[in-house]
Design a protein around this ligand. Structure first.
Ligand SMILES: NC(=O)c1ccc[n+]([C@@H]2O[C@H](COP(=O)([O-])OP(=O)(O)OC[C@H]3O[C@@H](n4cnc5c(N)ncnc54)[C@H](OP(=O)(O)O)[C@@H]3O)[C@@H](O)[C@H]2O)c1
Length: 288
């Protein structure tokens, strides 16, 4: 029985990165569909849940992709509503790699400190990666502050995550260095999740910071999102702090992404969002 993965992308052109990882993760065939919305997804879901016998339903799965996490969440939720009884297949949400990237970064943080009771600041945390990292750290017991250039954008992202995952987040504006420094007051963990090629923190802003323990930058395009961090940093100690660059945790992200796809074909009722993806990341990081 062939393993069929329907890649449902909320953008017009389905993301090629996700397609490649889908094949590498074990799909025999990936059906790529763009412009997916809650309104037009129903017929595809029907086609996936009604076709195969119960024992074979696990060989069909859904993968929600696209650049916008809000659109991805809406699609994921709409598909869930189409399922009933055993008429369901496993599904994963990873808009812009948000879940797998965030889970890898947070899993590495957990190697160095227990986030419970720590203060974590997610710089430019309004994108898919930042939002999901905030969720994962909050679920581990950290007090999490999400920043944006605009207070309302940060607050809106926090509201959505709070409602979806039953957590509490703080939002703040950090449009300049002074505001960013204020946000970092008392922080133990800082994770930069700004758009590619945008520097959010200079080296001098964190090098002598009195409480920071872990400094992580998700940005893989120069200049670094956090000055003084090398992309390949992986637990590198700089200025007395544990540092990670985008490539430093990017290997785990890819391994995790492939493992999530593989897991979709193990049962027909798995729903992989932030908590489930993080759980798998926590297992995989142990072998690194
Ligand atoms: N290491 C890996 O394996 C891996 C995998 C995937 C992605 N990434 C990287 O992870 C980072 C986050 O990805 P994402 O998709 O979540 O990011 P994103 O949605 O592209 O951007 C995140 C936030 O950056 C802020 N931003 C945009 N332009 C800015 C500017 N000119 N100045 C300051 N802030 C700006 C925006 O926040 P506000 O408008 O709210 O300020 C935006 O919501 C990216 O750098 C991406 O390349 C790494």
């Amino acid at each position: 029985m062939k393993k069929l993965l329907f890649q449902l992308d909320t953008d017009a052109i389905p993301n090629a990165f996700d397609t490649v990882v889908a094949y590498d993760g074990g799909a025999d065939h990936v059906v790529r569909v763009g412009n997916m919305t809650p309104d037009n997804v129903g017929r595809i879901v029907e086609g996936t849940v009604f076709t195969r016998a119960p024992a074979h339903k696990k060989f069909t799965a859904l993968f929600v992709t696209g650049s916008n996490i809000a659109d991805g969440q809406a699609l994921f939720d709409a598909v869930k509503k189409c399922f009933f009884g055993n008429f369901r297949v496993s599904m994963m949400l990873d808009s812009n790699g948000g879940n797998t990237t965030a889970a890898s970064a947070v899993a590495f943080i957990g190697r160095h400190c227990n986030p419970a009771g720590k203060r974590a600041v997610i710089l430019a945390g309004t994108g898919p990666v930042g939002q999901r990292a905030a969720v994962m750290l909050a679920r581990l017991g950290a007090s999490v502050l999400v920043t944006s250039r605009q207070q309302e954008r940060a607050a809106a992202a926090c509201r959505v995550m709070e409602q979806r995952f039953g957590i509490t987040l703080e939002a703040a504006a950090a449009a300049d260095a002074a505001a960013t420094n204020a946000c970092l007051d008392g922080a133990h963990i800082v994770l930069a999740t700004g758009a590619a090629g945008i520097q959010l923190l200079t080296e001098s802003q964190w090098a002598t910071h009195p409480t920071l323990e872990v400094v992580i930058d998700a940005n893989a395009s120069p200049p670094p999102g956090i000055g003084g961090i090398e992309m390949a940093d992986r637990g590198t100690v700089r200025h007395g702090k544990i540092c990670y660059g985008a490539l430093g945790f990017g290997g785990l992200k890819l391994e995790l992404h492939r493992a999530c796809v593989g897991r979709l074909f193990e049962a027909n009722d798995l729903l992989l969002d932030a908590p489930e993806v993080f759980e798998l990341a926590s297992e995989l990081v142990k072998s690194r």
